[in-house]
Structures are given as structure tokens and as C-alpha cells.
Design a protein around this ligand. Structure first.
Ligand SMILES: CC(=O)SCCNC(=O)CCNC(=O)[C@H](O)C(C)(C)COP(=O)(O)OP(=O)(O)OC[C@H]1O[C@@H](n2cnc3c(N)ncnc32)[C@H](O)[C@@H]1OP(=O)(O)O
Length: 208
């Protein structure tokens, strides 16, 4: 069976271990983590830090999955793995609903109960978390994250590395800039500039 290394060993790694086990298509050889932590995650050994990526690649492990919630870190580690020659398969939970006309990029993650509707696009290393909705023609940008239960309506565009908080709602056609943050439970009814943080109903920009 094709072997895959998981980069990350925290909470998001647990979710992805269970996703890959549910799919049953790849063998998990272990997790890598640069942080101090336990020797294993849900029965998968932590082999060491990311310096082992090159060793594993040389041993013939050809697939990697970046199991890190932070968007910038996920993007950086994804680029590192790609540069070493790893393929980053999209992780799509068997209980997700993905339209046949949707497109899912390399290393993207679509978790259980998430919905990707007609002609929507999940770009590389983006994360559509549990129960999140990416409706028709919407785009979740590279390494962006739509948190659990968030809803991105038709034609919404989310820029690279943006975070849409848990349960947030975004009006049809709205654009969210790169690196923006939408707070938990916000209702976004107007475009959000790159790097801005918005909260509340209706969402308003505020500095933290
Ligand atoms: C599987 C998973 O867990 S995925 C997890 C995905 N992550 C998320 O959804 C988290 C999104 N992050 C948030 O919503 C955060 O609260 C942020 C980014 C908006 C603000 O975070 P912080 O800078 O840490 O703010 P902090 O908690 O210190 O609160 C600062 C102020 O903002 C208010 N505030 C914080 N979040 C919100 C919110 N979502 N809506 C309204 N007000 C908020 C606080 O009440 C506080 O108000 P005050 O200054 O009047 O007392």
C-alpha cells in the first residue's frame, strides 16, 4: 500500500489520522513534529522532527499530509515537502459531500460533513473543516481555513491563508482578503480587506 507521512502531531493530526484510516487507501508510516510532545498519536508513532522528511523521502515514502491547523505553518511545511519531492494528496473524508464539478487542490483537506457545491474550488493546502459549507462557485484560497460549521455562500472568495472562524456566515459574492480573520459567529455582509480582523453581526473591522 502507498505510504504517507503525517507532518504534525497535535489535535489536527488526530483528525487526519482518523480520516486516512477511514479511507483505507494509504499506510501511515508516522508523524513528524518539531514540538515537544508524546511518542505517539492515536497509535501512530512520532518519528522525530521535520528534518526526517528528507530521510523518509530517500527511503521511498512518496506522500505527505500537513496536519497543522495554523495556516501559515501549513503553507510553509507543504512547500517544504513539495520541494523534497513528496506528493500531497487531497484528504477528503468519505462522509464529506463533494460535487462532481468541484475542484480540490493538492494537500487540501475536506473533513467529515463538509460540503463543496457545484463549481466551487478548494485550493491547495486549504482546510474545509467539519460541517463547513463552500457553496456553488465559491473559492477557498490556498492554505485558507473555513472552521467547523462556517458557511461560505455562493460565489464567496476567500484569500490565501485567511481564517473563517467557527460558525461564521458569509453573504453571497463577498470577498475576504488574504490573511484576514473572521471571528467566531460573525456575519460578514461586505468585503473584508487583506489582513483585517472582523467580528460580530454584522461583522465589523476591529483591531486586536
Ligand atoms: C477544530 C477547531 O477548533 S478550528 C478553530 C478555528 N478557530 C476559530 O474559529 C477562532 C477564530 N478566532 C476568534 O474568533 C478570535 O476570538 C478573534 C481572532 C476574533 C480574537 O482573538 P483574540 O485577539 O485572542 O481576542 P480576545 O479573546 O482577547 O478578545 C478581545 C476582544 O474581542 C472580543 N471578541 C473576541 N472574539 C470575538 C468574536 N468572535 N465576536 C465578537 N467579539 C469577539 C472579546 O469579547 C474581547 O472584547 P473586549 O475587548 O470588549 O473585552
Amino acid at each position: 500500500m502507498t505510504r504517507l507521512v503525517l507532518i504534525g502531531a497535535g489535535g489536527h493530526a488526530k483528525v487526519l489520522i482518523e480520516l486516512w484510516r477511514a479511507l483505507g487507501t494509504l499506510e501511515l508510516v508516522g508523524c513528524l513534529s518539531d514540538a515537544e510532545g508524546p511518542a505517539g498519536v492515536l497509535g501512530v508513532p512520532v518519528l522525530g522532527g521535520t528534518e526526517l522528511l528528507e530521510v523518509l523521502r530517500n527511503e521511498g515514502v512518496a506522500h505527505a499530509c500537513v496536519a497543522v491547523g495554523d495556516n501559515g505553518t501549513r503553507e510553509r511545511l507543504g512547500a517544504q515537502a513539495t520541494a523534497l519531492g513528496f506528493a500531497l494528496p487531497a484528504a477528503i473524508h468519505p462522509a464529506a459531500l463533494v460535487s462532481p464539478s468541484a475542484r480540490i487542490g493538492a494537500g487540501a483537506q475536506v473533513l467529515a460533513r463538509a460540503l463543496v457545491a457545484a463549481d466551487a474550488r478548494v485550493e491547495g493546502l486549504a482546510l474545509l473543516n467539519h460541517g463547513a459549507i463552500l457553496d456553488h462557485d465559491a473559492v477557498l484560497g490556498a492554505a485558507a481555513h473555513a472552521a467547523p460549521g462556517s458557511s461560505l455562500a455562493g460565489g464567496v472568495r476567500v484569500g490565501a491563508r485567511a481564517l473563517i472562524g467557527v460558525g461564521a456566515q458569509v453573504k453571497p459574492g463577498v470577498s475576504i482578503g488574504a490573511d484576514a480573520v473572521v471571528g467566531v459567529g460573525a456575519a460578514v455582509i461586505a468585503d473584508v480587506p487583506p489582513g483585517a480582523t472582523v467580528t460580530g453581526v454584522p461583522a465589523q473591522e476591529r483591531s486586536f
